[in-house]
Ligand binder design. Sequence first.
Ligand code: UDX
Length: 443
Amino acid sequence: MKLAVIGTGYVGLVTGTCFAETGNQVTCVDIDERKVEKLNNGIIPIYEPGLDVLFNRNTAEGRLKFTTNLAEGIEGAEVIFLALPTPPGEDGSADLKYILKVADDLGPLLKQYAVVVDKSTVPVGTAEKVRNMISKGAQVDFDVVSNPEFLREGVAVEDFMKPDRVVIGTQSEKAKTVMNKLYAPLVRQGNPVIFMDERSAEMTKYAANAFLAVKISFMNEIANLCEKVGANVDDIRRGIGTDSRIGKRFLFAGIGYGGSCFPKDVQALAKTAQDNAYDFKILKSVMDVNAQQKSKLLPLIKDHFDGNLKGKTIAIWGLAFKPYTDDIREAPALENIRALLSEGAKVTVYDPEAMENVRNLLGNQITYAHTSYAALDDADALVIMTEWPLFRTPDFNKMNLLLKNKVIFDGRNVYELDQMKEVGYTYYSIGRETVMPEVHQSA
Ligand code: UDX
């Protein structure tokens, strides 16, 4: 099939590349000339494992192309994906200006029937707005379909190629046939394509992300309570996750969720509730809990150093909001770095992928180490913010030589408590007892 993808951000680029991989002819359109030039020169502007292989193959074989010209991009396309940004406005609602502008431009350019697909996460009722906007200028028949994207950064290619489900909101039989044909290669293992009306599809995306944010925040609160009653949140996770009604995933307590989706989507859904005079109490609590959780470690760090961080050097492992991405949007690390700096601490950081993004934001306010160990050199403590696998099995003998004090504040529960007892570290983590080195008293 011939497809167009408008917007070459994260979702657009993955969508375009993966649909080219299943044999479609894909043209991606973006107004950003520099970005399109880069993409045409084989440079992928985001870090996403596995995307480069598919990108290189499909551009080389001519199935994946990039242009700034909308008319040229959509020529002959049976399906036109809108993968445009929906940044939160001041009141938390998703701003639709980019989507509606493209919809406005699209109408007069349509030459034959096409399915226009909302791929971005958009508030309930957006498909209708897009349809009305396109109708103003369109001379031909078209359908607007809501097809929310559930891909996770870091595993986006896999999520796209093997989706748990595909949700499609449309009541048009013609559009259903087109979408079924397009997704058939991705659901051959039997995962469902679920058809529903547009509004329900739009709501499904918000409900999924909000539910996951609730799940995480619930575990973060259980963790906080575990600390008070002397229980271990890891055991609770195993104890409840094996109940198939609860499920094992997204039960990891930590210093809060970040990223481009959960914070934005929870806020936008809360705004939708407010606009519809519904008091969505759980969502409000989730936002509060997450904000509180993000700043959980700082008081512990301060207390450990008797309330004074002036002149102390704090090493930070992990800057990205989660492993396998360079994305630092809403990353707990940023907030913590700023707080540490305002307490007068010096901060040295290491992250396998996200250093450049942080450098662009914080410049020389902090020190950037070349390796995880280099970050520890002469540091007073180590703080772990992202659970990159690299941090899981470090050489503690090497660490002992570099760190001034054997103390770790772990925001992602990367180590086992027994392991920490063995290596003799003071170890603060989330929802578990604090490990203090044993004092050996001489007789
Ligand atoms: C999320 C959704 O999973 C995806 O379906 C949607 O399309 C986009 O938003 P993403 O933001 O890429 O994907 O990351 P995800 O892996 O879901 O993690 C989100 C945040 O939750 C991260 O900050 C992560 O550290 C945190 N998290 C996740 C926890 O704190 N505990 C967990 O158990 C799981």
